[in-house]
Ligand binder design. Structure first.
Ligand SMILES: [Zn+2]
Ligand SMILES: [Zn+2]
Length: 559
């Protein structure tokens, strides 16, 4: 073992002690030992233990640990500390700009245990509220984490969506006059993407030869269907080859899941050549068109055979913004700016739902602030007519399942979104108790981000989707499809059952700034995968329909 390896162990030991909030005198002595070891001119492995403790900058305790390391290959207390640290917290050490002491605060005070969760907290402006974390640190952390993620394998759909059109144009310049189509998981609108896939009207050899020496592309793998490249933009790219006559067929097959593929090919039997486009292909096959986002499960084929594939919801079917935050709680913009941005997008209303009082980290609203906000919204509504701002709140679902205010206060809102933000680490039993109690509360109109998951960084708390959906059906509660690209929660795989039970979905951006309103689109793309139509979605109701819906519901609930 060389000195660098030994120094690394000491440096990690010092950092972990700080992360765990242990004696800082000790951690400092290990940090300075690490520094001293790195600068030694002799290799520690070559000298006797007695000599080690006499070296400058290395105390008795460090010397003993060096011997331990040289003899057993590990330091016991370092090993124990590693075991006691969640992997996501260890991973934070890779983020430049946040030292171990800050990680201690992030982990122990903010209860954040992964890098992705940390990024999300920064974007919600939560970091800067803690001592030692200013606006500038927060921005640095965002930049560093985004860079870090870019260099790891998986990406959110929204991140890949930014790259995809440019990548397509670039590939088209390499294969001029040939068809190039985006395909694979991206075409199928999956929430997480590992490779950005393209189908190219070119032969295997042609692709191989054309891609040699293309700057920014490094061949990672070649298999029987295509080539996978790592690229300088951070997303791996897969290229499939296809001939002219089977291009459309390959486009359909490469954009399908394995199980859909299998069922579809056995239905088609003989290949269909020279189909002008995907629609023409399905026409020739004699079944209704199945759009790419639905090419997931074999069951959709039966619907297509019976002509029962519904018209999927489209981004232009959104009529209002439900669920957004202003600078009254943790948003970046004023209420008027949020409303203006919604009007600019041609929308008819905005449901303002700032955080409730228990969400202290997000400056949740006290009863007094709610009264003030409602008066202000009345004023704005006079000014902005016929556009309308609805009075709402994103009420925390408290630990015992209660909402965050008395019924008198809850009654002053047009509608209430109930969400879990605290004590996310819980058993299914506990989660179900909290959620079911909130759903049964007559004031709960919408159940917000059902599992609290953050894609690529935090799994949701465990829930029984069937029971929750049944409860929402019984209590006329709408289920949010939170459209933030990190959340997309409720998972689209469970929406089918909600629709079966006539539960409304609400595609909500949960935006904390004006640009965030556009996230609604990611919710729409995800909803398409679950065959959601505009009739199933609350935010597709126009102003009149929406007003009727909430007033009828209040009557029904006698509130
Ligand atoms: Zn929330
Ligand atoms: Zn929210």
């Amino acid at each position: 073992m060389d000195n660098y390896k030994i120094a690394d162990s000491f440096s990690l030991l010092a950092k972990l002690m700080d992360i765990h909030g242990e004696n800082s005198f000790k951690s400092k002595s290990y940090a300075s030992a690490a520094f001293a070891i790195e600068n030694l001119t002799v290799q520690l492995a070559d000298i006797s233990p007695e000599k080690i403790s006499s070296l400058k900058g290395i105390g008795a305790s460090s010397a003993q640990k060096i011997s331990e390391l040289l003899e057993f290959g590990q330091i016991k207390i370092l090993d124990e500390l590693i075991k006691k640290t969640p992997p996501g917290v260890l991973e934070m050490l890779n983020i430049k700009g946040i030292g171990p002491k800050k990680i201690h605060t992030i982990w122990k005070e903010m209860e954040i245990e992964s890098v992705g969760e940390l990024l999300y907290a920064c974007k919600e402006n939560r970091l800067k509220l803690y001592k030692g974390f200013g606006e500038k640190t927060q921005q640095n952390v965002i930049d560093t984490i985004e860079f870090y993620f870019k260099n790891k394998g998986s990406h959110l759909y929204a991140q890949v969506a930014l790259v995809a059109p440019h990548m397509k144009s670039f590939i088209e310049t390499i294969f001029p006059k040939k068809q190039v189509s985006v395909t694979g998981n991206f075409k199928r609108q999956m929430e997480v993407i590992d490779e950005l896939e393209f189908l190219i009207e070119a032969g295997e050899k042609d692709i191989e030869n054309s891609m040699v020496n293309v700057e920014g592309f490094t061949l990672k793998e070649k298999n029987e269907t295509g080539f996978i490249f790592s690229t300088s933009v951070g997303v791996d790219v897969k290229l499939y080859w296809a001939g002219t006559e089977n291009f459309t067929e390959k486009l359909i097959l490469t954009s399908s899941s394995d199980s859909f593929n299998e069922a579809f090919t056995s239905f088609i039997k003989d290949p269909i050549k020279n189909a002008a486009d995907e629609q023409a292909y399905f026409d020739t096959a004699g079944i209704m068109f199945i759009p790419a986002p639905l090419r997931h499960e074999a069951g959709v084929l039966d619907r297509a055979k019976n002509g029962q594939v519904p018209s999927l919801i489209r981004p232009e079917d959104i009529k209002g913004i439900i669920h957004c935050h202003s600078n009254w709680s943790d948003g970046s913009n004023t209420i008027e700016q949020m409303a203006g941005a919604a009007m600019d997008r041609g929308l008819e209303y905005l449901v303002l739902s700032d955080h409730s009082k228990s969400a202290f980290y997000a400056q949740g609203l006290t009863e007094e602030r709610i009264r003030e906000q409602h008066l202000y919204i009345d004023e704005l509504n006079e000014k902005l007519k016929p556009f309308k701002i609805f009075k709402s709140i994103e009420s925390d679902i408290l630990n015992d399942g209660n909402l965050d205010y008395s019924n008198e206060v809850l009654a002053t809102f047009d509608l209430v979104i109930a969400s879990v933000h605290s004590n996310l680490k819980m058993t299914e039993e506990k989660a179900m108790m909290r959620l079911l109690k909130a759903i049964e509360n007559p004031y709960t109109t919408i159940l917000g981000h059902m599992t609290g998951r953050l894609l690529l960084s935090r799994p949701g708390y465990p829930v029984d989707h069937i029971k929750i959906i049944d409860a929402c059906a019984a209590n006329q509660v709408v289920i949010e499809l939170n459209a933030h690209p990190n959340r997309l929660d409720i998972d689209w795989r469970h929406i089918g059952y909600a629709l079966e039970k006539n539960v409304l979905i609400s595609i909500d951006p949960d935006s904390h700034h004006t640009d965030g309103l556009d996230d609604t689109m990611y919710g729409v793309l995800t909803a398409q995968k679950a065959m959601v139509t505009k009739q199933h979605n609350l935010s597709s109701f126009n102003l009149d329909e929406f007003e009727n819906y909430i007033s009828n519901r209040k009557k029904l609930k006698n509130i």
